[in-house]
Design a binder for this molecule. Sequence first.
Ligand code: FAD
Ligand code: DLZ
Ligand code: SF4
Length: 508
Amino acid sequence: MKKLRLILGDQLNAEHAWFNEIDDNTLYVMMEIKQETQYVLHHAQKVIAIFAAMRAFQNVLKSNGHKVVYLSIADANNKHVFDQNLSDIIKQNKIESFAYQAPDEYRVDVLLKMFVSQLNIPYEMVSTEHFLIERDEASLFFHGGKWLMERFYRHMRIKHQVLLDDDQKPIGGQWNYDKDNRKYWNEKPAAPADDRPIHDHSALWAEIKSQNVATMGKPSEAVFRWPINRQESLKVLDYFIENSLGNFGPYQDAMHTENFRIFHSLISFSLNVKMLSPAEVITKAEQAYFEKDYPLSAVEGFIRQILGWREFMRGFYWAHMPNMQTVNYFDHQNPLPSWFWDGNTDMNCLKHCITQSLDHAYAHHIQRLMVIGNFALLMGFNPNAVHQWYLGIYIDAFEWVEMPNTLSMSQFSDGGLLATKPYVSSGAYINKMSNYCTDCKYSPKTRIGENACPFNSLYWGFFQKHQDKLSKNPRLGIVNMQLKKMSEPDKKAISQQVALYADNVENM
Ligand code: FAD
Ligand code: DLZ
Ligand code: SF4
């Protein structure tokens, strides 16, 4: 056996050029290892999904005639770290050269660079052939200047010729229809049923448990709904395009107790482990705009997430690692309350979003940003603890996309390298965009008192506390002016209310 090629758990791209030829002298290796299950406390469904998808992928490779060595979590020969397993396989198979696809995660990138630097056979790192641009392209585009998603997005629209007219101008005359995308959803228009596949992963879950892999959340092993191969991923995508895309944009910020995904696509796991490519998702969405009667605001809103935000976040991650993992602009040090792991809080919005995350390993963007992240920032939770929680809980959480979203966008922990202002709000925003407040013990209309919505005083308390860092932010002009006008007794009442929460977060 001459060549060894490593495939990581998030590199399940069957369309990769590696697989164009079948070669008896090439051995592929995939491994389920504790090094990867233990770097953070993952959701049970995330571990199940990754292992199930890896197993399905090796079956496809084998049935296509490729040679694969697969180390499962319970395999007696498994040393549970990349380098030792690789060294064993290289020795046992008299391997003469080694190749791997560029890891998306900085930690794994460093680890594999260290491994190959000690090899005495030739090696190479190749592209995953997944993303639309190289790791450093966004960084080169901004050229040391301010990272602005909108600028980058317009560049990507032109570069990849998406939703453009013959004069290279945006179809419809505008680049971005975000202002049309803030509608409340009152269960109309009806959201489509959950059409995702149903798997029974009881045997895999028993195997994972037998190896004492620590997890959080509900395994749902017998009614598991995440797609674990390319065919299933394509079905989820097509179903979304047929049934949800037409309403995606306008309702993308809406939240509701009766429906956890409304018109969201649920394709992030398939995309992030590369069972789907961003190019094909964008092409299908654009085609649907031309062929169906979907509003431009809906389709543009969806395409922007993938062509814009997803690639932008990846570029930002590679430009700012490793420094970005330790930033803490506000010096926030508070620990997360225990109800982040069981959803047991009286705040109905948080109860719903956290319980849903524990049940489904999923929350949509606004639930992550404007409910959970908003509360974490207002309460001054330690950003690294917040990052670890997000990295563990979501089915789609891989550090290159999770970290910039959590630390830079949601927790403003880099002081504004990515976001232009902190994403915080009072209860009024949550009340406007959801029905969570209807059955809440707290009142979204009250700021002070036992039944007041905590978001209200926390919001003003946050700006009061961080005046030194935020009073000159041009995007916070209105807030800062309102704060200036606020009477001293009002300010004092807010500080007192906020202090109550700080001492009592476990019981909120
Ligand atoms: P849809 O709402 O249907 O959007 C379609 C696709 O657009 C997504 O699948 C995703 O690939 C892409 N997308 C949308 N928003 C973003 C964004 N801000 N950054 C990058 N891609 C985006 N996304 C992840 O994939 N992994 C994460 O670990 C992750 N962590 C997040 C943490 C926080 C604090 C926040 C605010 C957002 C995070 N996101 C993350 C972005 C977004 O919430 C998810 O991509 C989305 O909820 C996935 O669900 P969906 O497939 O139904 O997405
Ligand atoms: C997230 C994850 C988990 C839980 N387990 C594995 C694994 O056992 N083997 C593997 O190759 N990958 C796993 N992953 C995904 C890795 O963390 C992923 O390979 C890195 O994030 C690289 O980008
Ligand atoms: Fe959340 Fe406040 Fe509304 Fe309750 S009243 S659901 S805590 S925003």
